[in-house]
Design a protein. Structure first.
Length: 154
């Protein structure tokens, strides 16, 4: 799985370097901003991943079946429900794929709530493109940084 490999590899530099992400793993991207959806779709498909995009939490919950996702990239701030609430609803449906929470509004409360929901990584949108690429290992084989206060920094 895309993010499972990434999360596991963060603590293991050799494994990270030796294991590029396999092609065509399914990534669900959920964000109400069409520009972000398009950019992430392009980035991830260019790196060899299959991508489904959704403009709301309700849309992803109604997808048939959301269980085919290998990972979720979920925006925190959306009109119908926030990303952490969406993650809770996915977990209530026994969907256990790893999640990366993205936000343009990072603060300690979001990081703490994300950690309580089982989210290990919160990425800030201004650094998202470059940071997500480095996590996938597609553009760089350098070791990835560790989480700092729940928000990954370059």
């Amino acid at each position: 799985m895309l993010v499972v490999r990434i999360m596991i590899q963060i603590g293991s530099q050799q494994a990270y370097q030796a294991m590029p992400p396999p092609a065509k793993l399914m990534v669900y991207v959920v964000d109400d901003d069409a520009g972000v959806l398009g950019s992430l779709r392009f980035l991830l498909e260019t790196d060899g991943f299959a991508v489904r995009t959704f403009r709301s939490g309700a849309a992803v919950l109604n997808a048939a079946p959301p269980t085919d996702a290998d990972c979720f990239v979920v925006d925190y701030k959306m009109p119908d429900m926030n990303g952490i609430d969406l993650i809770g609803k996915l977990r209530n449906r026994d969907i256990t794929a790893p999640v990366i929470l993205i936000t343009g509004y990072p603060d300690a409360n979001i990081s703490d709530r994300a950690a309580a929901a089982g989210v290990k990584h919160v990425l800030r949108k201004p650094l998202l493109d470059e940071t997500l690429s480095s996590r996938s290992g597609a553009r760089s084989r350098k070791p990835t940084p560790r989480a700092t206060s729940g928000i990954l920094r370059k």
